[in-house]
Design a protein around this ligand. Structure first.
Ligand code: ADP
Ligand code: MG
Length: 667
């Protein structure tokens, strides 16, 4: 149902077409989006403290008479404004003002006399001082002032005003939870109002609890409802084609691989749709299981779609599948956004006609334009990079079986949520003869030696990775620092070998550089964490990880899994520049153990749950408020309610508002 809530943000004050574009980048397109994008914090204006009584080092609001006001020019264009509030609190502002006369802020303060300021008092020479506090001429309107996530060119004030206006349309927002499910929780409208403008902290807590519950409830309901789907496809039992696939395999399967394959065979032959997760450490050989499933599907005249998180991985995977499946007479194609339109159209046509048996791709696979003749198997590799919605979008292209593969061990409560609809098989062993990666924790004074060693191995025909930390690739400074270091290496210690450079913000060239590395035309690949998942270049044997202390343990383990994948043993150097006893203890875990599950558990123990790498990545796309580690109790409650409701009304026929909301939530 269309309502005022679906109106574009341009109906809000001060938002023209141009600004709306900036805002869209924030994911805010409609009035509803504004309502559902919550403050990230609040400023506590509930109490006003006298200037003589402020507490050091805590943010607070104070009110008093402003005296001793001065403004001085400190350099070209820069001014310092100083004053005193009440008897003892010193205030300082720095402003940018080029013209003659006094600055705007100075004139405002001069006229004000008595005012409110909000800031953090620090101890100064002559008593407490506040630097650049916020100024209010009138008493702040809200007891808890919302602070919204920032975006370039948009002030918190503006953001706040949009929320205020959007709330005027709140009457159009239906309650989506059935009475019985909601229980004593806040109603939806009240919760939304209170999360933006809480009356006090208790009220905030109640609003948050309600909305977190709603997030979990809708999420789990979406998953569970999908599980009770109708009949799937019963694939045929293994025949000639599968036999030929196994005969061509250049190695013997591990026990774990054999068991996983047997399980997948049972799943695929049954009429009940397969929903299986294969979890196995890096290098445990999950791809073989996927290949087997693909051959089996093709032997039953079905098509296969495999979705991977990045274009680089897609290119690599398609190459692997071409090598192993084309000899069996199967047609394998690539479909990614970064391909000529004509080529994309050709692949799409081949999928529609059924000429293509297996397609590997990125998100490009789930766009509307892609149609299959008869899709019977959907494979999602490195699952943690995808949302549930993308997973079901792929499934929706046919009545397909689903095989999901993941290397990232995750905490149990999280697994319960993410995999609520999946049956799990673990591969716990590694292929025989795989020597554990020799991991060394190296003092930076020996950095040159490490790079000399890299060069030695390159001379022997092997290849290496050097990895730089870049937590957030959008952080400009970080990227600049990393690229500078890369360039320095390229000019210095690695001047005599062929070096390639790759980071997340590169476009197409990224693929080219990586292809060159895979082809052996580049000896050393300098990279940010873009290489973290799934890459497979067996000739790469050495890895250097710069600033290893800045990585998560699970991530380090993933990274070093990129070397030692062939017959030659791998070696990994961890260079740590800021080694506290705590970070030494953490890195020692990775140095001593090669067991991804153990490492994930230790990571959890040493860092505390919220920090665990991956948790954020996991949670973020699904939940706005919910914290998967903190809110487990609410999670359990939601799970219980979902189960009850689905028993009572599996199709949600008597809950149209709820069914409607399910369609809408952005997973
Ligand atoms: P991951 O589980 O990390 O996706 P892959 O499927 O990419 O692992 O396999 C890692 C490497 O191990 C590949 O080069 C693959 O050819 C090889 N491999 C897989 N299974 C075996 C096996 N049973 N014996 C030897 N090598 C294997
Ligand atoms: Mg893999």
């Amino acid at each position: 149902m269309q309502s005022m809530l679906d109106a574009p943000v341009t109906v809000l004050p001060g938002i023209g077409e141009k600004r709306a574009q900036t805002i869209r980048a924030l994911g805010l397109e409609t009035v509803r989006d504004v309502l559902f994008s919550y403050p990230r914090d609040y400023k506590d204006f509930q109490k006003t403290v006298a200037p003589e009584q402020v507490k050091i080092d805590t943010p607070q609001l104070t009110f008093g008479q402003l005296t001793n006001l001065t403004e001085r020019r400190i350099s070209r264009g820069r001014r310092i404004i100083q004053g005193q509030l009440g008897q003892s609190l010193r205030l300082t502002w720095f402003v940018y003002h080029k013209g003659h006369g006094s600055s705007y802020l100075y004139r405002k303060l001069e006229r004000a006399g008595r005012l409110w300021v909000y800031g953090v008092p620090r101890p100064g020479l002559f008593g407490p001082e506040m630097s650049s506090p916020e100024v209010f001429l009138r008493a702040p309107k809200y007891p808890l002032l919302p602070v919204y996530p920032l975006a370039a060119g948009i002030s918190n004030d503006q953001r706040l005003r949009w929320a205020e206006t959007a709330l005027k349309h709140l009457e159009f927002l239906p309650e989506c939870l059935p009475e019985a499910v909601r229980g004593t929780r806040l109603g939806r409208r009240e919760a939304i109002r209170e999360i933006h403008f809480p009356r006090d902290w208790t009220s905030y807590e109640r609003a948050r609890e309600r909305l977190v519950f709603e997030e979990f409830f809708l999420f789990l309901l979406g998953l569970q409802r999908g599980k009770r789907h109708a009949d799937g496809i019963a694939h045929q039992s293994d025949g000639e084609l599968v036999k030929r696939y196994f005969a061509n395999l250049p190695f013997t399967l591990t026990k774990g691989q054999r068991e996983a394959i047997e399980q997948v065979a049972l799943d695929m032959e049954a009429r009940r749709p397969m929903r299986r997760l294969i979890q196995g450490d890096v290098g445990s050989g999950k791809t073989v299981v996927a290949e087997y499933a693909a051959v089996k599907a093709a032997a039953s005249f079905g098509q296969v779609a495999m979705m991977v998180p990045t274009e680089v991985l897609a290119r690599q995977m398609v190459q692997r599948l071409k090598n192993s499946l084309e000899p069996l007479g199967l047609a394998v194609e690539l479909l990614i956004g970064n391909m000529k339109a004509k080529e994309q159209a050709r692949v799409r046509a081949a999928l529609e006609s059924g000429d293509c048996n297996v397609v590997v791709g990125t998100h490009a696979l789930i766009t509307e334009k892609v149609n299959f003749r008869h899709l019977t198997l959907a494979i999602v590799d490195e699952q943690h990079r995808f949302g549930v919605r993308q997973r079901s979008a792929l499934l929706g292209k046919g009545n397909a079986d689903l095989l999901v593969m993941s290397a990232t061990p995750i905490p149990r409560s999280l697994a319960l949520t993410m995999y609520a609809d999946l049956d799990t098989t673990e591969i716990r062993d590694l292929p025989a003869g795989r020597t554990p990666i020799d991991t060394r924790l190296v003092d930076p004074v020996r950095r040159d030696e490490v790079y000399r060693y890299v060069v030695t191995r390159v001379r022997q025909g092997e290849q290496a990775y050097v990895v730089f930390p870049l937590v957030e690739e959008s952080e400009h400074m970080d990227l600049k620092a990393a690229t500078q270091e890369m360039v320095d290496l390229q000019r210095g210690p690695l001047a005599k070998v062929r070096v390639g450079l790759i980071h997340g913000q590169m476009g197409k060239e990224k693929d080219e550089v990586f292809a060159a590395f895979a082809a052996g035309e580049i000896d050393v690949l300098l990279a940010t964490t873009v290489i973290e998942v799934g890459m497979d270049v067996p000739n790469a044997t050495v890895m250097v990880i710069e600033n290893a202390e800045r990585f998560g343990l699970a991530q380090l383990h993933q990274l070093r899994g990129r070397v030692g994948r062939g017959s030659k043993p791998g070696i990994c150097f961890l260079l740590a520049y800021n080694l506290s006893p705590h970070s030494r203890e953490r890195l020692e875990v990775v140095r001593r153990s090669n067991d991804g599950f153990f490492i994930a558990e230790e990571d959890l123990r040493l860092r505390g749950p919220g920090d665990l790498l991956g948790v954020r990545q996991w949670g973020q796309p699904f939940f706005r408020l919910a914290d998967l580690e903190e809110d487990t109790e609410i999670l359990q409650q939601a799970a219980g309610q979902v189960e009850k409701l689905l028993i009572q009304d599996p199709t949600l026929a008597s809950y149209p508002e709820l069914a409607g909301e399910l369609e809408r939530v952005a997973w």
